[in-house]
Design a protein around this ligand. Structure first.
Ligand code: NDP
Length: 475
């Protein structure tokens, strides 16, 4: 009887929420971000300076042993001119262009032509054809999830080459790092520009395009939601995961091989970076189907931010610790090494469990157990652009009761662990934690803005129930 009453009340609440005052904003979700001056200034800044930032970091390692200050001192004291630095920078080579073309072509081949077989024998792994989230236009896309397989095949070949075939040196990535940077930029700009042109002339789904009228914003944040070529080549899924994230672990392996070549040994700090980042990358591919429900895939449009970011920013700046350790082979004391390992593993546990709790909660529609109890939640509703009303739930227990983005907190703690492997001699390896803090705080605010547009006053009820964003009691 009580349950029946509760159901009736909840249905009434759902009906009433159709008329709530957030109706206008709700149908705008996914496309309501206004291009204010601050956003525009940030966008133009990033378009102009992000490629230079990447160049500066890599050049600092190449020419200044990873010191970020020394190039500036040289320039300000007149010891060197910009042209001196530029002239010492390796240029694009045929060899790098061939390596890069082969690399991307191989990843396209693995993505498009080898349907997933991992889900057939790996218990618990979700692969093969999977559905994404409902888009603002009410479309549900299908994806071929075969990233884990692509990662395994690529790495098996890498090790087969390193220990058996010897077609190329395992230091190949490090040895061509700057020429490869130019190739990655060419691809990053080409794909972002192509995506922009495509959205005007042959969009995959015109209803899911977001034209703000501002060229820079559109180029940076993207117009098309899920650009595709043919039925299966999905730009977001491909560029987000491959080639950048498959390359991440290979890049680290190449750095380890370089340490071995230069110093005759691989330091424990390098092993820690390879292991901790390896877990993160493997986790990404193991959960690729879950990833379809994360912000990158189900909310962001495809523009320079994702296209160039995945090709250049991610492989070059997420791997700075390994690069640094080639120039500064830090050997950590046992206590420090164990401390960093523990921090990395605990962070990973928080990151994974928080994501898992939300995934389980959403998949079972709340009919599950979180920390041994039925989860608590707030019921909410939203509308797609065609006026169809959908219902959803926001969990307020487990890690999601501690803070609204405790998964980001775990991610940030893990990022700190990677940086700590490098000791405290230089600031360059700490760029990652600074960047991740900015990225995830901004992402948190961006996501909350979107969720408010989507859920309206239901979102307000949620923020009242879970008042902190990242750190309980502080922020
Ligand atoms: P989340 O996985 O936190 O997804 C946010 C979405 O989850 C919201 O938009 C909302 O979507 C839904 N949601 C929010 N609160 C709740 C709740 N209480 N209960 C149920 N659903 C809720 O964010 P991301 O997609 O950004 O991140 C996924 C992971 O990827 C994170 O762990 C993050 O750290 C990591 N990441 C790593 C990056 C890197 O560069 N290393 C970059 C970006 C992310 P809905 O509309 O469905 O309600």
């Amino acid at each position: 009887m009580a349950a029946h009453q509760e159901k009736k009340t909840s249905e009434e609440r759902k009906r009433k929420s159709t008329q709530n005052d957030t109706r206008t904003s709700q149908v705008q979700w996914g496309r309501a971000w206004e291009v204010d001056w601050f956003s525009l200034a940030n966008i133009i800044f990033l378009l102009m300076f992000a490629p230079l930032i990447v160049y500066y970091f890599i050049m600092s390692c190449d020419q200044y042993q990873c010191s970020l200050i020394d190039p500036l001192i040289d320039l300000f004291t007149g010891n060197k001119h910009l042209s001196d630095i530029w002239n010492k920078t390796p240029t694009l080579t045929y060899r790098a262009a061939a390596i890069y073309t082969l690399w991307v072509a191989f990843q396209v081949f693995l993505y498009l032509f080898i349907p997933d077989f991992c889900h057939k024998f790996l218990p618990g792994y979700v692969g093969g054809v999977q559905e994404g989230a409902v888009t603002p236009a009410g479309i549900v896309n299908k994806y071929e999830i075969n990233g884990l397989q692509a990662w395994i095949i690529t790495h098996v070949l890498w090790f087969a080459n390193a220990y058996y075939f010897h077609w190329f040196s395992p230091t190949i990535i490090f040895d061509n790092w700057i020429p490869l940077l130019w190739c990655a930029n060419v691809l990053g700009y080409a794909v972002s520009t192509f995506a922009m042109i495509k959205s005007y002339f042959f969009p995959t789904n015109a209803k899911d395009c977001k034209f703000t009228g501002n060229f820079f914003y559109d180029y940076m944040m993207g117009i098309e939601f899920n650009p595709r070529i043919g039925k299966w080549f999905d730009f977001k899924l491909f560029f987000n995961g491959r080639p950048g994230i498959v390359a991440w672990t290979l890049i680290n392996l190449s750095y380890a091989a370089k340490q071995q070549e230069l110093y005759g040994q691989v330091t424990n700090s390098m092993i820690l970076v390879n292991v901790l980042q390896g877990i993160y990358v493997l986790d990404f591919f193991w959960n690729e189907a879950w990833y379809l429900k994360t912000i990158d895939i189900c909310h962001d449009h495809f523009g320079w931010y994702l296209g160039w970011g995945d090709c250049v920013w991610l492989p070059y700046l997420y791997t700075l610790q390994g690069l640094y350790l080639v120039y500064h082979p830090v050997q950590l004391g046992t206590a420090n090494a164990i401390g960093i390992l523990m921090l990395g593993l605990i962070s990973y546990y928080i990151f994974r469990m928080t994501n898992h709790q939300k995934d389980l909660f959403r998949r079972t529609n709340g009919n599950c157990k979180i920390w041994g109890k039925k989860p608590e939640y707030i019921e909410c509703s939203y509308m797609s652009v065609d006026g169809t009303k959908y219902y959803s739930k926001l969990m307020t227990s487990g890690f999601w009761g501690w803070a609204r983005h405790f998964n980001y907190t775990g991610d940030l703690m893990g990022s700190l662990a990677y940086c700590l492997t490098c000791g405290f001699e230089h600031i360059l390896p700490y760029f990652y934690i600074v960047y991740m803090t900015i990225l995830l705080t901004h992402r948190c605010i961006r996501d909350e803005h979107r969720c408010f547009s989507k859920y309206g006053k239901d979102w307000k009820r949620y923020t009242a129930a879970v008042p902190y964003r990242l750190i309980p009691g502080i922020f």
